[in-house]
Design a protein around this ligand. Structure first.
Ligand SMILES: Nc1ncnc2c1ncn2[C@@H]1O[C@H](COP(=O)(O)OP(=O)(O)OP(=O)(O)O)[C@@H](O)[C@H]1O
Ligand SMILES: [Mg+2]
Length: 355
């Protein structure tokens, strides 16, 4: 039996939701405030929580955060019900850990469809799926690493190896033909110099292929800003970028992970969203570093992603590997929000003393 917990302070709102969901084979429970919601969630382990935002004492965001920080409840699907159809509350909801949103007044058909999708998998299936996903991810990470090694080895061998061999042969030729007539010398030295220069260009290209040069040169915040500006110029999509100050000491892997999230999210915006505006926010709150990319485009249905699509899955994998969180929320009205969050490691004691 699927248990759904309805949390709303207004009796009439609870009644409306109850009547919309009755006749389906759900066991429906209600709570009239945040405290009761937490108590019932812990006792009943609902398969879905429908959570009103505007409640006195403890609002829906806070209830959501507390549920997410309770280990036995951390996986419970939460749909936030909000009359506030604005970007700020959407972002707050995602940050608090909500899985989905419904705007009040709730539409009966939409509510029922959403609830069915979310509760279709029972908890056991979800767990098994997560375990299988982790296994696939680990496999894929190893395969990707192998492929990358083979690519680098091929380039080292076919390109650099051959260029160096030919340079050595030229030097040997020159040695063997000593003394070279004075008139030929500048030209032959020039040819050697040209070959050495070509090799240095190849080395630089190979190194750049492994790490984005912008990120290396500018640091995360400025690299994101530069990438957004270039994206906007190239696509004519307006990008608004806001960022907190980010310390230069953040781990390289964190910077690279968020930079890749930006690249894929913006590529998806051009490929799929039909948007004309994108908002990119980079924030640091305490030790939590977050990047959100939101567009005002057509949105998409997460259930309908094709098996061959790898972009978003790849990001999900990157974030799991980096110990972070990756979330997507999408609707035809609000467009798509992609969010990646990573926590910075504790400062080393020396760094604190020096500060
Ligand atoms: N910002 C967006 N707006 C609308 N639809 C999107 C957006 N981002 C992703 N999608 C949808 O989600 C699907 C999956 O995206 P994903 O990045 O995983 O794959 P892809 O872009 O199709 O291919 P690739 O593997 O090259 O990234 C897309 O095919 C598209 O339908
Ligand atoms: Mg993509």
């Amino acid at each position: 039996m699927t248990t759904i917990l309805i949390v709303d302070d207004e009796p009439s709102a609870r009644e409306t939701l109850l009547s919309m969901l009755e006749h389906e084979s759900y066991s429906l429970e209600t709570a009239k405030n945040g405290a009761e919601a937490l108590e019932k969630a812990e006792r009943l382990h609902p398969d879905l929580i429908l959570l009103d935002v505007m409640m006195p004492h403890m609002d829906g965001f806070e209830v959501c955060r507390r549920i997410r920080s309770t280990p036995q409840l951390a996986e419970a699907p939460i749909v936030i019900l909000t009359a506030l159809d604005d970007r700020a509350s959407l972002l707050r909801g995602i940050e608090a850990g909500a899985d989905d949103f419904l705007t009040k007044p709730v539409d009966r058909a939409e509510l029922r469809a959403r609830v069915r999708t979310i509760t279709r998998l029972n908890r056991y299936n979800t767990l098994m799926e997560q375990r299988e996903n982790l296994r696939l991810m680990a496999d894929r990470a190893v395969t990707a690493q192998e492929q990358e090694r083979r690519r680098i080895s091929r380039e080292l061998h076919d390109d650099l190896g051959q260029a160096l061999t030919s340079l050595m042969l030229e030097i040997r030729n020159l040695q063997e033909s000593l003394p070279v007539p004075q008139a030929e010398l500048p030209e032959r030295l020039q040819a050697l110099h040209r070959q050495a220069h070509e090799i240095s260009v190849k080395v630089r290209e190979l190194a750049q292929g492994m790490r984005p040069p912008l990120l290396e040169a500018l640091g995360l915040k400025d690299a994101i800003q530069a990438y957004c500006a270039e994206f906007s110029r190239r696509t004519n999509i307006q990008v608004s970028f806001e960022a907190d100050e980010i310390p230069a000491s953040i781990p390289d892997t964190h910077a690279l992970t968020l930079y890749r999230v930006l690249q894929e999210a913006l590529t998806n915006v051009v490929k799929h969203a039909k948007a004309d505006c994108v908002w990119v926010d980079l924030t640091l709150e305490g030790r939590i570093l977050s990047l959100t990319v939101q567009d005002n485009g057509c949105g998409f249905d997460k259930e309908k992603i094709q098996p061959g699509s790898l972009g978003l899955r790849g990001l999900q994998e990157r974030l799991v590997i980096a110990g972070g969180v990756f979330k997507i929320s999408s609707s035809p009205v609000r467009g798509t929000v992609v969010m990646a969050q990573l926590s910075l490691p504790e400062e080393a004691p020396e760094a604190r003393e020096a500060a």
